[in-house]
Design a binder for this molecule. Structure first.
Ligand code: ATP
Length: 310
């Protein structure tokens, strides 16, 4: 159930992401790893509403609200404050987040809210910024923010913030196995480095086979090319993820991949009906704390209600 806006403001809907491929290259001098990744947005969404106010405020509702900070460490708050500073805007905002993307689940929920807040504040303040302008500001908040603005399917390089769209022919059906306990992204990268110590890590290169599977829209062709270099590290920190993956694959998923830094596991399914069957099996097997279904690709952050102009 979505919160219905009751005051003037702008409401933006923003998708979660799964990385169809996440290749983690060597550690760079700035402390980030160079990445080659294929982002894919799915219609598991948060809504973020910004409203003019007499003081800064942030309220989070929805199933994951308790785990989300509401002060200036909330990425949506940081994003709009940065935008306001950049354009010399002194107006303060109330930010309401209807949170359905799991927190610390590897689906970039915090980055999604930052992206949504930027798109909403741009509309509220009539700044007329281009998507590229907003993505540039978003990249200062986090590497995943630009993709949450574009949505769809995109190749990410650099630390994930340099994007190029990827052509896909079909809608893909996903089931996500969620865990209440999150995994910290820096800890998962550190574990990845620990597991690879002494190995020579090649520069990441996007897989041509994955691109061609996405172009064809063939689920069976796509499934074997799902790849996440952080998966072993996430399983090392949360060993029960191995059982989650095995259970889903035995139950008929075409493919499985840990989302980003985990612990959410994404299962690719051949159809809507098979996704529903898989949800039932995973729920009955009690290997996950929650199971949700979504379809991708989904659009990036977009205004769903603009009460400002009414
Ligand atoms: P990523 O996939 O980008 O690594 P994630 O999906 O694993 O991220 P997030 O849900 O973005 O993780 O949350 C990571 C942390 O960010 C949370 O533990 C929380 O403290 C903080 N945070 C700040 N703002 C938000 C927000 N709007 N929504 C969720 N978490 C937020």
């Amino acid at each position: 159930m979505r919160t219905v806006p009751s005051s003037p403001g702008v409401q933006v809907r923003v998708p979660a992401k799964v990385n169809l491929e996440l290749q983690v290259g060597p550690l760079r001098d700035d402390g980030y790893h160079s990445l080659a990744t294929v982002f894919h947005a799915v219609n598991l969404t948060d809504d973020v509403r910004v409203t003019p106010a007499t003081h800064w405020g942030c309220v989070v509702n929805g199933p994951y609200a308790a785990a989300v900070p509401t002060g200036t460490d909330n990425l949506a708050v940081r994003a709009v404050q940065l935008l306001g500073e950049r354009f010399g805007i002194e107006e303060m905002l109330q930010i309401d987040i209807d949170k359905h993307i799991p927190v610390a689940g590897g689906m970039a929920g915090g980055s999604a809210d930052a992206a949504a807040a930027l798109v909403a504040a741009d509309a509220l303040w009539s700044l007329g910024l281009t998507r590229a302008d907003l993505m540039g500001i978003g990249a200062e908040i986090g590497s995943d923010v630009p993709f949450a603005i574009t949505g769809g399917t995109a190749l990410g390089s650099g630390r994930g913030e340099v994007l190029a769209p990827v052509l896909t022919q079909a809608d893909f059906h996903w089931v996500f196995a969620l865990q209440h306990e999150g995994l910290s992204t820096p800890k998962v990268y550190a574990e990845c480095d620990r597991l690879r110590v002494g190995e020579s890590v090649p520069a990441p290169e996007p897989s041509g086979a994955l691109m061609s599977a996405l172009r064809s829209g063939d689920v069976d062709e796509l499934a074997p090319h799902l790849r996440n270099d952080l998966q072993d590290a996430a399983i090392s920190l949360m060993p029960r993820l191995r059982e989650v993956i095995d259970t889903g694959m035995e139950a008929g998923a075409c493919g499985a991949v840990v989302c980003g830094s985990g612990p959410t596991v994404a299962f690719l399914c051949a159809s809507h009906h098979l996704a529903l069957d898989l949800m039932v099996t995973l729920s009955a097997g009690k290997v996950a704390d929650d199971v949700v279904r979504a379809v991708g690709p989904a659009p990036g952050a977009h205004v769903v209600t603009d009460l400002h102009s009414v």
